[in-house]
Write a protein of this length. Structure first.
Length: 290
């Protein structure tokens, strides 16, 4: 089917903004030109892509299917353009996706090394959950991701490199001093207030799965999006926090590890990229650090 790329480009901007007027501003064309392009595309595809009303614009199911394919393509083209432009002017750009915890407690030395080796390169770090990072990789919004593993969302990503094992731990302060020296079963542990990351994280997915394997329903006291906040709340005695060992303060006198009868399976940090998209020289150098 011979369809002009510009029609797909117009579709993409209308789809991500859900606004014909906003799309026209981003594309620097008239709103009527946007509307005509969408009508032409719909005629060529013989599908209705948008539901239009006076108040809002919505994607049809067919439009949502098309967007899932068009978005990675548009990002790939833009990425290629920016790589060529950046390489000729500023030395290039690298986009890395990682959670704030991984950035703070693991990636900083590697980012420093990259900056020293390629001082003219623009380093863009996008902080998102490990799950969201996979989505950004699949749609071409980042070059590389550093995330927790296992991760059920990585099934479509073939290039995965394991870089560091880590252990999850339960931590508490002196409010739970009676637990020192004991080994609690998951069932016993579930009777205490558990502080953990929210459901949109691989860490939460991991712990919930562990409890389900022991026929236990995990109901956390508090769910947050930050491991640092979980540690802060454990520090003031609000509950027992579940965090990766690499983000525990090394010289914390107020916190101790709550031991469990069941051995917690180790996890790993991995770095991944999309093999279908060529890595820039800078991205390949960063990958080689590990």
């Amino acid at each position: 089917m011979d369809i002009n790329y510009e029609l797909y480009k117009v579709f993409y901007y209308v789809a991500i903004t859900l606004s014909f007027s906003e799309a026209s501003k981003r594309l620097f064309i008239s709103q009527s030109a946007v509307s005509q392009s969408i009508k032409t595309l719909e005629l060529k595809l013989e599908q209705t892509l948008f539901i239009r009303s006076t108040k809002r614009v919505q994607l049809t199911p067919e439009g949502e299917i098309l967007l899932r394919h068009i978005e990675p393509a548009i990002n790939l083209i833009q990425r290629g353009e920016s790589q060529l432009t950046d390489a000729a002017t500023t030395g290039g750009q690298i986009r890395i996706g990682a959670s704030d915890t991984i950035c703070r407690y693991f990636l900083v030395p590697y980012l420093e090394k990259l900056h020293k080796e390629f001082p003219k390169v623009h380093i863009k770090v996008i902080n998102q959950t490990s799950i969201k990072c996979v989505e950004f990789l699949e749609t071409g919004q980042v070059d590389l991701i550093v995330i927790n593993y296992p991760n059920s969302y990585l099934s479509n990503v073939s290039s995965i490199k394991k870089i560091q094992p880590f252990q999850d731990i339960f931590i508490a302060n002196e409010s739970f001093a009676q637990l020192k020296g004991r080994k609690l079963s998951y069932k016993e542990l579930s009777q205490y207030p558990i502080l953990m990351l929210d459901r949109k994280s691989t860490t939460s997915e991991f712990l919930h799965r562990l409890f389900l394997q022991h026929q236990l329903d995990l109901v956390p006291e508090i769910e947050l999006s930050s491991n640092d906040l979980l540690i802060d709340l454990a520090n003031i005695g609000l509950g027992i926090a579940f965090v990766p060992d690499y983000c525990l303060p090394r010289h914390s006198s107020s916190l101790f590890i709550v031991e469990t009868e069941e051995i917690l399976p180790p996890r790993e940090l991995v770095i991944a990229h999309n093999e279908q998209i060529p890595l820039s020289k800078v991205a390949q150098a960063f990958l080689n650090y590990f």
